[in-house]
Design a protein around this ligand. Structure first.
Ligand SMILES: Cc1cc2nc3c(=O)[nH]c(=O)nc-3n(C[C@H](O)[C@H](O)[C@H](O)COP(=O)(O)OP(=O)(O)OC[C@H]3O[C@@H](n4cnc5c(N)ncnc54)[C@H](O)[C@@H]3O)c2cc1C
Length: 617
């Protein structure tokens, strides 16, 4: 009884003017700190945005100059060293920027951040230390009824909550493929995703510390009864909802969960994000402006995606008149080949689109119906094709979700119609992303694993097509592709044949190396006849299905090896042997992509352009 009275006494005291003044003082201090926090990050991002705008303007002017200089060159000098000298000449500002980029792309080289680039290390250090400082800079003096320690605990827990809220706009700005950060700074999507995860984790930890520290304060200073009393209040429950929202978002974002149940991850992540904002909104009015800001950037991201959707000439036509398309699909050795009519022919190498599948056959599995999945376009518009006769080519590796169901539908349909392909109903959203302008480099190395080949074949096609047209600096192109089974090379056989023919005509040195990593004596599925009369890569593949262990052979003019490629070594050797400027693009499984990244980070130089693409969202 005396204890309860004691607590009531403290509670009563809390309401006294001194305590109210202390609370107001802390509120103002937190507001100041959060404003400074937002200004600091605004400035950091502002610098990156300014840099990006200046560079874009410089590149725009440079491209104009380059086009004019190329046009003035005699036809026989527009490729190879002639074009190379034009593409390599850059104004001082761009040269300086290349040098700085190369410097910051180097790995730190010191444990435990040995493989981290200097850029990531410095930005990460800035984010973490600014957050720690913002949470810890509190006034421990007291003018209220509580002790200094209790006041400090309360101020610290409040501050953590406030700084967590101040992180909301930043966290949501780093989310999504069309994030405002990507648009303003040009940061690649994978880099943006990384900081989204970092800020998300920090934000959740701050919410957690806020909850635990406040709970501790109540238990220690005000008593369990008063904590129980608080619990009955709506603001408290909304606070818990916000923390649970953050926890759910973090947990489902873990790679193991995301890879296994992607659709569930997506839905839960969004629900968690909404819960976090709604919970904070109702938790404390002081959080409302930060919630507004976060909602604004989220709406911006969605609006940007919609705008992209509608702005695309082809897409707008689809949206207005015919959102559904009939694509031609066939199953080919563990993948689905999809040919989608795209009359305008306006896409670039290295782009991807979101495809949704709508056929009535899919209604048997309603959860798959209309799901939207990203896939890279495996080709570029064929300059020799008649206008309006362009097709986007996709290769969809068969996994366990919609792609598996689709494959069995296509199998059934083609078996019934005794044909090799059948129409399926889809809709396409995009196109997103971009590959590097590989044709402007003297040497191009393309490294792919499995279905990662789609991203690099569009780049390969672009280089070979431009070489064929006589407007390409590249003279040396190497493709290294790791596949499980030899017959998977048929996914892109016609593209490879086409590239080979163009490279031969243009005198481009094209070296294709295929590595077959599994030796289980079985192919990856039913072979699909190509219907072509001329011998192609696929014809020879059929003849050489069984590759003897530890051997090398040739198919078409591709060298085929048994075993895994040492992609790090290949990359190192390629760059060491290259003269002039080099471009390296890698796309495939995490290990392969990271091996290439590790080597290119060490060898980072102004003459080296690198793109590491991953099929991860
Ligand atoms: C930019 C980008 C380009 C891609 N290009 C290609 C390509 O050209 N060819 C290709 O075969 N694959 C590509 N992928 C991967 C492809 O999106 C997934 O393999 C596909 O969505 C799997 O569908 P599913 O339902 O059959 O997979 P599931 O069996 O459900 O899952 C298999 C794997 O795919 C991931 N996945 C599932 N749904 C999605 C989704 N909506 N978005 C992203 N990942 C998902 C899962 O996390 C899991 O790791 C690309 C991914 C990205 C992000």
């Amino acid at each position: 009884m005396p204890a309860v009275l004691d607590h009531l006494h403290v509670l009563k005291k809390e309401k006294n003017p001194a305590d109210t003044a202390e609370k107001a003082r802390q509120k103002i201090a937190s507001l100041d700190v959060c404003n400074v926090y937002a200004i600091i990050f605004g400035c950091i991002l502002g610098i990156f945005a300014l840099r990006y705008i200046v560079l874009q303007v410089q590149y725009f002017l440079l491209r104009r100059q380059q086009r004019a200089r190329l046009a003035a060159l005699p036809a026989n000098e527009k490729k190879g060293s002639g074009a190379s000298s034009i593409y390599s000449a850059k104004p001082a500002l761009l040269r300086a920027s290349d040098r700085i980029d190369a410097l910051f792309s180097k790995p730190v080289g010191v444990w435990p951040v040995a493989s981290m680039t200097w850029f990531r290390f410095l930005l990460l250090t800035a984010i973490i230390s600014i957050n720690i400082i913002a949470c810890l800079v509190i006034s421990v003096s007291t003018r209220g009824p509580v002790t200094v320690n209790a006041n400090a605990a309360r101020a610290f827990s409040r501050r953590c909550g406030r700084v967590a809220a101040a992180n909301f706009p930043l966290l949501y700005s780093f989310a999504g493929r069309n994030s405002i950060i990507h648009i303003l700074t040009g940061f690649p999507y994978q880099e943006i995703r990384y900081y989204h995860k970092v800020i998300g984790t920090i934000c959740f930890l701050q919410c957690l510390v806020h909850t635990l520290a406040y709970t501790g304060y109540y238990v220690q200073v005000k008593g369990v009864e008063s904590l129980h009393e608080e619990y009955t209040e709506a603001y408290f429950k909304w606070g818990i909802a916000a923390v649970v929202g953050g926890l759910v978002s973090c947990l489902v974002g873990l790679r193991a969960f995301r890879n296994r149940w992607y659709e569930l991850f997506l839905i839960s992540h969004i629900i968690g994000a909404v819960l976090m904002l709604a919970g904070s909104w109702y938790h404390r009015p002081i959080m409302v402006p930060w919630v507004y800001a976060a909602v604004a950037v989220w709406v911006f991201e969605r609006a940007a995606r919609l705008t992209l959707h509608v702005a695309n000439r082809y897409q707008s036509r689809l949206v207005m008149h015919n959102p559904m398309l009939q694509a031609e699909a066939s199953v080919c050795h563990g993948a689905i080949r999809l040919s989608v009519p795209f009359p305008s022919g306006t896409w670039e190498a290295g782009q991807h689109a979101y495809i949704s599948f709508w056929g009535s056959d899919l209604l048997r599995r309603p959860h798959l119906y209309g799901q939207s999945h990203p896939f890279s376009v495996a080709n570029v518009p064929d300059s020799s094709a008649a206008s309006g006769d362009h097709h986007l080519q996709f290769v969809l590796r068969i996994h366990n979700g919609v792609t598996r169901e689709l494959a069995s539908i296509i199998d059934r349909k083609t078996a019934a119609s005794k044909s090799t392909s059948c129409p399926i109903t889809i809709s396409v959203e995009g196109l997103h992303g971009r590959g590097p302008a590989a044709d402007e480099f003297d040497n191009v190395l393309l490294v792919a694993g499995g279905s990662g080949i789609t991203h690099v074949t569009s780049i390969l096609s672009s280089v070979c097509m431009k070489a064929d047209q006589g407007i390409c600096a590249a003279s040396n192109v190497k493709l290294v592709w790791a596949v499980h089974h030899l017959d998977q090379a048929q996914w892109i056989d016609s593209t490879l044949d086409d590239c080979r023919a163009r490279a031969d005509r243009a005198g481009l040195n094209l070296d294709v190396q295929i590595f077959v990593t599994r030796n289980d004596g079985e192919g990856s599925g039913r072979s699909t006849p190509t219907g072509s009369n001329t011998p192609s890569v696929s014809d020879e593949l059929d003849e050489k299905k069984e590759l003897p262990a530890s051997s090398s052979t040739h198919i078409g003019r591709a060298a085929v090896h048994r075993g895994r490629p040492q992609v790090g070594e290949v990359t190192r050797e390629f760059i060491a042997a290259a003269s002039g400027r080099s471009c390296v693009v890698a796309c495939g499984p995490e290990a392969l992509a990271e091996e290439v990244r590790a080597v290119t980070n060490v060898l980072a130089a102004p003459t080296l352009e690198v793109q590491i693409a991953k099929f991860e969202c």
